[in-house]
Design a protein around this ligand. Sequence first.
Ligand SMILES: [Zn+2]
Length: 285
Amino acid sequence: MPPVSLRQSAPPTPVAPPAAPPAPVRITESATVDQTFSQAAQSLGIDEGTIATLTDAFAGKVDMRRDIRKGDTLSVIYDRKSANEPAPDAPLAVRLTTGSSSHDVFLYRDPEGEARYYAKDGNSTTPGFSRYPLVFTRVSSDFSLRRLDPVTHRWQSHDGVDLAAPIGTPVYASAQGKVTFVGRQTGYGKVIMLDNPAPYSTVYAHLSRFAKGIRNGGTVKRGQVIGYVGETGWATGPHLHYEVRIDDVAMNPLTVDLPSDDRLHGKERRRFAKDAENLSAELSG
Ligand SMILES: [Zn+2]
């Protein structure tokens, strides 16, 4: 007689219901800045596209070139599908602590699935303005308020910043705008003036040449090349003299508050703010 297998003789086991998808695992991770924000972000598994998005998201508050120091910290919150799952590209919340101040941004997926980051209240933190209109090597002359020169006894000021860069370096429009002047002026040399979204306007001086298609009354987009670095006018070396004006009053381009792009509205904004409040509490541990 053949042996009877235990399995065959065992009572039928009930069919297990399909396993529920595992609950997401919420993970908070931190990195200490050794050199740059990008390196710290990379060490947390954040991809390059998201790093660029985050750099813009913090740009209204933190200048990644000037404000980041060794020892600053970056904290992120992720929802992973399971503990073994790699972190998704875009963290739900990011806290950047520079010196004694902390800045938080929170993820919002727009209807196209693009990752965008907002402040806790649902306002965009991404300025509709770039802080710098070119890639430069150093600030060769800072902004200074009008003062009485002790030697000449004349009122003098520097209404912008000088950003040193090689001749021919492309200069971008820092924000969308209308060209109010393109041409030569005493002192400025070859200069472009833009009327940006009110109350802002910008000036780009000492250019070697203008980009094709830049004309009085024309419009430019943010990031569009409008000209090239030179040393025309009263310039002692190749640099861009850059001005930012608010209601026609010169502000320091390196520190001026830059305007936000947009904000969430209505029900979406309320839901976002509630989630962000919780995430913020988690970041604070
Ligand atoms: Zn200057």
